[in-house]
Write a protein that binds this ligand. Structure first.
Ligand code: NI
Length: 229
């Protein structure tokens, strides 16, 4: 630690968490530049569009296909696992997600959660491309069934569990103007808002250092790295 007179939370942050909340590890300079270019197109916290409800898509034309492709490209470049149209400032009910580099990206238009495992929930860390540098714990149903249509207007439904279910719920929240901050506990929300205001970073206390204060209780997925959506 330095002995300078103006210590900031940024200087004191844990290196590992700082990495998770900021630049991902193990990617080259070119990928970092692509990521930063993609992130510059994502609407950030404070913009009222993130608090607005998106409208259903009614026209399934080439423009929609192009918009979906653009979203997938930006999500990948940003090294996120999901992206909602709202995050690009477009108030249309459309989201994309891709959980794992082997998986195919999925586009879901006019999505709805048809069923969620209300009794079976899990708590894990989430990040958001619109809330850079911030990670919070969010409790969500472990399993969901979502339905919607694809970019051509063809109906389809998807059953998802774990991280995939989490991403779908996080992105669907965006379409309703809901952020992960609204779904975390009060202390974490306060910490995250402070970081967003001051341009710092925030992450919940590490389990390793505070084993007896596990915020999420028994359902917590301690092994799962935070995801950015
Ligand atoms: Ni998000």
């Amino acid at each position: 630690m330095s002995d300078e007179t103006t210590p900031t939370p940024v200087e004191e942050r844990d290196d590992e968490l700082a990495t998770e909340a900021g630049e991902p590890e193990g990617i080259d300079q070119e990928a970092l530049e692509r990521r930063s270019a993609a992130l510059s197109q994502v609407v950030k916290f404070g913009d009222p569009v993130l608090r607005s409800a998106a409208s259903p898509v009614t026209e399934f034309d080439e423009g929609l296909v192009a918009e979906a492709d653009r979203m997938i490209g930006l999500m990948r470049d940003a090294i996120g696992v999901g992206l909602a149209a709202t995050q690009l400032g477009t108030l249309r009910r459309m989201l994309v997600f891709q959980v794992g580099s082997e998986a195919e990206p999925t586009v879901l238009v006019n999505p709805e959660i048809e069923w969620r495992s209300e009794e079976e929930t899990t708590t894990a860390e989430e990040g958001c491309l619109s809330l850079p540098g911030v990670i919070v714990d969010v409790e969500r149903p472990l399993h969901v069934r979502a339905r919607g249509v694809d970019v051509h207007g063809e109906p389809f439904s998807i059953e998802a569990s774990g991280l995939e279910a989490r991403v779908i719920q996080h992105e669907l929240d965006h379409l309703d103007g809901v952020l992960m901050l609204d779904r975390t506990e009060r202390d974490q929300r306060k910490g995250a808002l402070k970081a967003l205001r001051e341009g710092g970073t925030y992450a919940p206390e590490s389990d390793d250092e505070h084993e007896d204060q596990t915020p999420g209780g028994p359902g917590r997925e301690a092994e799962e790295p935070p995801v950015t959506e």
